[in-house]
Design a protein around this ligand. Structure first.
Ligand SMILES: NC(=O)c1ccc[n+]([C@@H]2O[C@H](COP(=O)([O-])OP(=O)(O)OC[C@H]3O[C@@H](n4cnc5c(N)ncnc54)[C@H](OP(=O)(O)O)[C@@H]3O)[C@@H](O)[C@H]2O)c1
Length: 254
């Protein structure tokens, strides 16, 4: 199936490694022109070189930190300046620290809100007018299964991503009919971040994998393929959805 992504313009945040990298590579492989962000410039440049070499796609690196309002605006403006418009925004980054609720003060909460929620608010606020101007656009937010099936110690990310999920549902009505807004909840995905966890706590990791019906970690390319479909003209009738990409790990019926 041709997804119809040829020539589309995408911004993928947090794309120097892991899930964001796989999304940028998949979109570029489908013919989209992709602006990518991340804080570490050398890692971002290496990612762009890798994707350009392997897909022949057109990439543009915009180093930046999406916790900063001006960087969100600069990333979107940079993509539009380079490629002449914007069709797709993928909100993705790292995550706030894990830990006991009683350990985190207001400053830790402020940072988590800036990172997970306000980055999404600011990037969508910058991107939506460009999508409206084109008459179509897709926004996909990457959160985590823990946001809908909470885990003790994940309070900063669960609470802030709950805000993203609510915002996405609201915007799926408010930005319609031109713009679709969907949210993915990855389960356990094999990325550099997850490999670190596995190295530090191999027994715990094996226990977690044992609870996944499909019996393995997800591949970042499997998340990326789902994003590519939702962001493409083929996925245009899907909006306001929260979709788990988790090998069946979620125990919820709906
Ligand atoms: N892997 C999993 O199993 C899993 C499961 C559920 C949800 N998730 C979520 O999915 C997202 C991606 O996970 P991942 O495993 O791919 O993480 P990762 O391997 O740590 O990659 C994160 C990427 O985001 C960039 N980034 C981090 N903070 C940023 C910021 N403030 N501004 C711009 N870029 C930033 C990083 O580059 P720089 O460090 O250079 O900025 C890197 O390219 C995270 O939110 C994670 O919580 C992951």
């Amino acid at each position: 199936m041709d997804l119809g992504l040829e020539g589309k313009v995408a911004v993928v945040n947090g794309a120097s490694q892991g899930i964001g990298f796989a999304i940028a590579r998949t979109l570029a492989g489908e013919g989209a022109r992709v602006a990518v962000s991340g804080r570490r410039e050398p890692a971002l440049d290496a990612a762009v070189d890798d994707i350009t070499r392997t897909t022949g796609g057109e990439l543009h690196a915009i180093p930046g930190d999406i916790r900063r309002a001006r960087d969100c605006e600069r990333i979107v403006a940079g993509a539009v300046a380079r490629f002449g418009g914007l069709d797709i925004l993928v909100n993705n980054d790292g995550a706030p620290p894990l830990g006991s609720f009683l350990e985190f003060d207001d400053e830790a909460w402020r940072r988590a809100v800036d990172r997970n929620l306000m980055s999404v608010v600011r990037c969508i606020r910058a991107a939506a007018p460009h999508m409206k101007a084109r008459g179509a656009g897709s926004i996909v937010n990457i959160t985590a299964l823990s946001a809908i099936q909470p885990i003790a110690g994940f309070g900063l990310s669960v609470a802030t991503w709950a805000g993203v999920i609510g915002l996405a549902k609201t915007l799926s009505r408010e930005l319609a009919p031109e713009i679709t807004v969907n949210t993915l909840a990855p389960g356990l995905i094999d990325t550099p971040r997850m490999r670190l966890v596995a190295e530090q706590s191999p027994d715990e990791m094996n226990g977690l994998i044992g609870d996944i019906p499909l019996g393995r970690l997800g591949d970042a390319d499997e998340v990326a393929a789902t994003v590519a479909f939702l962001a493409s003209p083929r996925g245009r009738y899907i909006t306001g959805t929260m979709l788990a990409v988790d090998g069946g790990l979620s125990r919820a019926t709906f």
